[in-house]
Design a protein around this ligand. Structure first.
Ligand code: GDP
Length: 177
């Protein structure tokens, strides 16, 4: 029987970054007749949200993990099974940029994830006064030096209105394939 090529992608980032909204938006964009959750009803991830999409013969399975500090220690339990990582930053939350950067650095320094493609999303670009994608890049500048050899892309997105979602997923798909 025809079998799909299956890959596993982690969605990481601090709580409130927009991980669950991004996963919902991804499912909406890539699944025919998908009934999206009302964004107002989405609550922050505690534990794990899962989702999958099919792009031609490729199946991407997503694990959206809780971002609260006490849940970050669970992230590395999933690293060994992951083919790709999406790291989401709330561009409107300047106060937590350093906290997000810390969690990001810890993640990229994991040996298990070495070489695994990384999509970094500067989310909530629809909000006025949020950091632009280049400001987010600048804030993460020293972390970028530690990324090592792997495919990496930084993209400004809005998980809420869907801007940039398609482009990022297509990029990640061709990296993991
Ligand atoms: P999670 O904790 O990372 O899973 O974050 P959620 O997906 O629960 O989102 C946290 C809050 O941010 C919710 O109120 C979302 O509606 C909001 N949010 C998520 N993405 C965006 C975005 O792109 N733009 C705006 N304006 N709000 C967003």
């Amino acid at each position: 029987m025809f079998k799909k090529d299956e890959y596993f992608v982690l969605i990481l980032g601090l709580d409130n970054a927009g991980k669950t909204t991004y996963l919902e938006q991804t499912k909406t964009k890539f699944t025919k007749n998908y009934k999206a959750m009302n964004p107002a009803k989405i609550t922050t991830t505690v534990g794990l949200n899962i989702g999958k999409i099919d792009i031609g013969p490729v199946r991407l399975n997503f694990w959206d993990l809780g971002g609260q500090e006490e849940l970050q220690s669970l992230w590395d339990k999933y690293y060994a099974e992951s083919h790709g990582v999406i790291y989401i930053i709330d561009s409107s939350d300047r106060e937590r940029v350093d906290e997000s950067k810390e969690a990001f650095e810890k993640m990229i320094q994991s040996e298990v994830l070495l070489g695994v493609p990384l999509l970094v999303l500067a989310n909530k670009q629809d909000l006025k006064n949020c950091m632009s994608t280049s400001e987010v890049k600048q804030a993460f500048h020293d972390s970028a030096q530690k990324i090592g050899k792997r495919d990496c892309k930084v993209l400004g997105v809005s998980a809420l209105n869907g801007d940039g979602v398609h482009e990022g997923i297509e990029w990640l798909k061709q990296c993991v394939e």
